[in-house]
Design a protein around this ligand. Structure first.
Ligand SMILES: [Fe+2]
Length: 137
């Protein structure tokens, strides 16, 4: 089966550190989708959620630091998007604890990460990358 998400130049920010982290996320999301298709839900849901927890801590911190250092005017809004994702992830975790891996939790997790790839990495992070390019930072 083809990987559902393919890396392409539209996702490329040109900032090596950020692109590496984004590629890692894409890879994890693909693994997750594949494992769900293969019926290996238990292990992979827990693994994905704990990966995401660590990922948001490290990647968001790195990206926000870069934005502050470059005086990015969209920093406050961008940080709000990061904080919202962290909040969504926490809600998902408490639902996982309370309800276990239900089809609804699986659906929400798939939807949350897919939307993140398209709307955040594909748009908000690209706006920041454009700013870096235009200001030759
Ligand atoms: Fe971001």
């Amino acid at each position: 089966m083809n990987e559902p998400w393919q890396w392409n130049e539209q996702l490329e920010s040109g900032v090596q550190e950020i692109d590496m982290q984004h590629k890692e996320l894409l890879h994890r999301v693909n693994q997750f989708m594949q494992a769900v298709n293969d019926g290996k839900r238990e292990e992979v849901v827990k693994e994905t959620v704990s990966f995401l927890e660590q990922y948001v801590r490290e990647h968001f911190t790195a990206e926000e630091k870069l934005q502050q250092e470059s005086n990015y005017p969209g920093y406050v809004h961008h940080k709000e998007l990061h904080d919202k994702f962290i909040n969504d992830l926490h809600k998902l975790q408490s639902r996982l604890k309370g309800q276990g891996i239900t089809p609804e939790v699986l659906f929400t997790l798939s939807r949350t990460v897919s939307l993140w790839l398209v709307e955040h990495i594909g748009m908000a992070d690209m706006t920041f990358a454009e700013f870096l390019k235009n200001n030759k930072i």
